[in-house]
Design a protein around this ligand. Sequence first.
Ligand SMILES: Cc1cc2nc3c(=O)[nH]c(=O)nc-3n(C[C@H](O)[C@H](O)[C@H](O)COP(=O)(O)OP(=O)(O)OC[C@H]3O[C@@H](n4cnc5c(N)ncnc54)[C@H](O)[C@@H]3O)c2cc1C
Length: 458
Amino acid sequence: MYDVIVVGAGISGLLSALALGKHGKNVLVLEKSGHVGGNCNSYCVDGFWVDTGPHAITHLLKGPLRMLMDKYFDYIPAFVDYGTYYVRTPTGIRPIPSNLREFVTFDALPRKDRLMLSQALTKALTLSTFGIDTSKTSIYSCLPRHLSKQTYDFVDTIAYFLSGKSMRETSVYRVLYGSSFVRDSAMYETSDQPIADQLAEQITNITGIRRLITNKTSHAQAYPRGGLKALLNSVMHSLPDNVEIKTNACVNRILVEGGVVCGVSTDDESYDAEVVVHSGFAKDLPVLIEDLPAKYLHDLGQIDQALSMCIWLGLSKQMKEFDYTGSEIWFQEKAYWAMPISNYSSTIAPKGKQLVGFMFVVEDSVKREKKRAWATLHRAFPNIERYIEMTHYQVTTPEKAAVSIDGYIPEVRTPLKNLYLVGTDAAAESMGITRAAYSVLDLIKCMKEDGYMMSGRL
Ligand SMILES: Cc1cc2nc3c(=O)[nH]c(=O)nc-3n(C[C@H](O)[C@H](O)[C@H](O)COP(=O)(O)OP(=O)(O)OC[C@H]3O[C@@H](n4cnc5c(N)ncnc54)[C@H](O)[C@@H]3O)c2cc1C
């Protein structure tokens, strides 16, 4: 009998196992694939270390991942400053504005549009500062009419980047939070700082308009030196002996007795546990459990997901076009978000060579999307073919629940006793790994409230 079984060994499952293990719980992690890490991993292709998609890790100064690392990691990986976000057009790259002052001189968009966009942004931010809920208001509905196609394409690309969905399906709230114009809340019992102090700090920081004028998003963002695997390695290294991991163990049933979850089963074995933490797709829960209430089943069916395709290119030499750290977006025709990740660490590509990852949203068949993606790459870099010596494709779901206007995001606590969820579909704040880390903090908070973390229980 285990105290806790964690289903899935992606970053959210492993962070949960680490935290619970360090709180003294006997934890079993069951992972269906042959390796741990899920989307938080790197592997070698022809001498180039590709990550599972290009990654910028956000809110690293004081966010949820920082809290978990400070509290539970035996060693913290080295992070390299993320760098700058650029936009590329056929005439080259320029930094994406991170405040209104820079926005006014951002010549990738027509001048008239820039002025109208900055007014719309200021208005949205003012509403948010005064506590008006913008989570159901689409970005598109707030845009002035008669903008150029170029400007709509730019806004659409930013929306896809922040939520995986178009500007018609992405909320204003998401843009304000995702862009760090409004600070993510980081108030948790797990922080050593008293809640009252955290609250006071939040109030001084939410001076929205001032942040919009002075905002520097890059300050809290970074990339793990050596690749995404460096973060995974430090989690694995920090796991205590009371955490056991089994790979090639697909959970096909979550066991329930008298309305209470009591374990899981795989093809080969059944395991008893007092608590089950599920970190796979929450959308899959109806297949794993029979006893879910009808309303919950309906809500899980509303979870919205996006699919992405990443094209990794190993280049025979460092191209001058990728002579920067950070990332770039292309917003005309088929948009991409790209990162020359070998610029962060010399170990990522063979000496003198370069590795660049390009991420595209997939809305059509993968075959047609590949064709469009290559058309964009050839348009943006007419000479790139002569430098390509490795091409590698990944088609993945970056986040288990897109933060779209009508999409459902489940909570960490489920309607079934002893069953909790973690991962990017169990928190709405921020993105990716940071979002997964929010769900893990919430798990610890819920389990404490539900009495599982007190002595005598578990
Ligand atoms: C292309 C791309 C770009 C990204 N960019 C960024 C970025 O810039 N910044 C950022 O922070 N994040 C980014 N992310 C997202 C980030 O990688 C993920 O949010 C994070 O790794 C998700 O972790 P997770 O644990 O929630 O889920 P996953 O990584 O999906 O882990 C879930 C695990 O559970 C296992 N599993 C599922 N069902 C079962 C079952 N029934 N039994 C046993 N095991 C099961 C799966 O095999 C998997 O290993 C990106 C992701 C991609 C793909």
